[in-house]
Design a binder for this molecule. Structure first.
Ligand code: FAD
Ligand code: ZN
Length: 469
């Protein structure tokens, strides 16, 4: 049966598109962190939407599971196949053309396999801004970004990926092509079906094309790194900065001194711009279309007030693009530094912003009662109420520690998140990592509706089994 399927697949798409050798498939079987590993009988790398459609139609006929694959930077194991050797990995990497950029309508239409960083550069060359930005932007693909409803560092001003999507082209599991690649700003004709595909993590279909909203280019940027004595101080700083800077506030990122330690230990050429260390740091970026001097003055003025009102301990304002990038590296290299440090437990959580300080205190208290000497690395998109609340093994423990403690610690952290009215996934999604906790914490009515929607799109259940639902 499987062999018939494979030979039909090769006949349909050719040897160039379908790879079946174990050695060719091997590098595609694990995730970015090296936590998950699966099996697959074939790797399919189509060049066109029609080829995606042909592939899915055949897989559906044979009930062969399909795992859509973007840039593989997802942090929940969503793009990694499960243990079944029947899986087909469908990679969009060769569908990477920018189809059009319109600087009157301010839209960009592209293949789903385009690397996010390349799209940001294409928009920049057209004197426009694609504001979706994350540390993995030079590997992740726009299709993957939309399938996970990615967040990143500019959500505060521009919203999540969802808010940038005007249209989607996708292939449904039965091979039908959903032609929703429109760039209209307004369209109130019934249910907005693209919203179901955004954040669906490859469980409803394969996104093959996207139409995105562009924004005015931010020609001037200014960054300050502020040292704070506590999350409470960071909160008060946010109140002040937002009030003074409004829409110019592009990012408000937070990290603790423990995160900084890790970056200094594992990343070359980074430096703290202060004489002494502080409990935590906030990186604030302001951006505008023009008038560098006014922006710099605004930032210096607001930071001056923050120092006066004791809302921060110290501050370093960037005076050049090189300094701005150096400050950003302190924040953006944390994930890489954690990867070098070894296996750790990631909790990408969302909280009511004003309760973050309280949560940080109470969650640590609870955590220490069960795993007293674990190491905590807390950082993230503070201005969005999104923390990356990561827990690592005690220094003396074996690297298997994370695996052994994974469930107990996740249960504890997520119970605490729930008690604050938060969410167990802010921006990374569910994948296979959070499936159990998702079913535990999500309202059963909402799960039931999701299962019914899944059946409408994918009655044979071939799309990304073992993920999300
Ligand atoms: P993949 O990892 O390949 O896939 C992710 C999921 O989407 C899988 O379920 C897959 O099946 C599905 N999928 C992929 N492509 C398609 C498609 N074309 N059609 C249908 N389904 C598809 N995320 C954030 O939100 N904010 C951050 O700030 C952030 N920072 C990160 C920093 C680092 C260093 C790393 C490694 C990751 C970070 N991430 C962040 C996570 C990750 O980059 C995002 O989840 C990203 O959107 C995944 O895109 P991808 O192309 O790599 O998708
Ligand atoms: Zn993040």
């Amino acid at each position: 049966m499987t062999n018939t399927f494979l030979s039909q697949l090769v006949d349909l798409l050719g040897n160039d598109v379908v790879q079946t050798e174990a050695a060719e498939i091997e590098p595609w079987l694990s995730d970015w962190r090296g936590v998950y590993k699966g099996q697959a009988q074939a790797l399919v790398r189509p060049l066109t939407t029609q080829q995606v459609s042909d592939c899915l139609r055949l897989c559906n006929e044979h009930k062969v599971p399909v795992v859509p694959r973007g840039g593989n930077t997802g942090l929940c194991g969503g793009a990694t196949p499960d243990g079944s050797s029947a899986n087909v990995i469908l990679s969009l990497d060769r569908m990477n053309t920018v189809r059009s950029i319109d600087t009157i309508a301010n839209t960009l239409v592209a293949d789903a396999g385009c690397i996010l960083g390349n799209l940001r550069r294409a928009a920049h060359e057209a004197d426009r801004l694609l504001p979706l930005s994350l540390a993995a932007e030079d590997s992740s693909q726009i299709g993957g970004n939309i399938a996970t409803n990615a967040g990143g560092v500019n959500v505060l001003r521009y919203g999540m990926a969802r808010e940038l999507v005007l249209g989607i082209e996708a292939v449904l599991p039965n091979g039908d092509i959903y032609n929703g690649l429109q760039t209209l700003r307004k369209d109130n004709t019934g249910y907005d079906l693209k919203q179901l595909l955004i954040g669906s993590e490859g469980t409803l279909g394969v996104i093959t094309g996207v139409a995105l909203r562009l924004h005015a280019p931010m020609h001037v940027r200014s960054v300050v790194l502020a040292a704070v004595d506590s999350p409470k101080q960071a909160l008060e700083l946010l109140r002040l900065v937002f009030g003074a800077c409004g829409p110019r506030l592009q990012a408000f990122e937070f990290f603790t001194d423990e995160c900084l330690d890790l970056v200094l230990a594992h990343v070359d050429g980074v430096q703290l711009p202060f004489d002494q260390r502080h409990p935590a740091y906030v990186l604030i970026e302001l951006a505008d279309t023009a008038n560098e001097e006014a922006l710099q003055t605004l930032l210096e003025d607001v930071i001056g007030r923050a120092l006066e009102q004791e809302l921060c301990q110290d501050a370093a304002v960037s005076a050049s693009m090189a300094q701005l990038q150096a400050l950003w590296r302190l924040r953006e290299e944390i994930s890489e530094a954690q990867r070098s440090d070894g296996p750790h437990l990631k909790h990408d959580i969302s909280l009511p912003i004003e309760r973050i300080p309280e949560f940080i205190d109470s969650a640590e208290l609870r955590l220490r009662t069960v795993a007293n000497d674990c190491r905590l690395f807390i950082f993230g998109h503070f201005g969005d109420g999104n923390l990356h609340y990561n827990v690592s093994r005690p220094l003396h423990a074996e690297k298997t520690w994370a695996h052994e403690w994974e469930e107990r610690i996740a249960d504890l952290v997520f119970a605490e998140v729930a008690s604050y009215g938060g969410s167990i996934s802010a921006e990374h999604g569910i994948g296979q990592l959070k499936r159990r906790s998702f079913h535990e914490h999500k309202d059963p009515l909402q799960i039931r509706l999701m299962e019914q929607i899944k059946k409408v799109f994918d009655p044979n259940g071939i799309m990304n089994p073992g993920k999300l639902l």
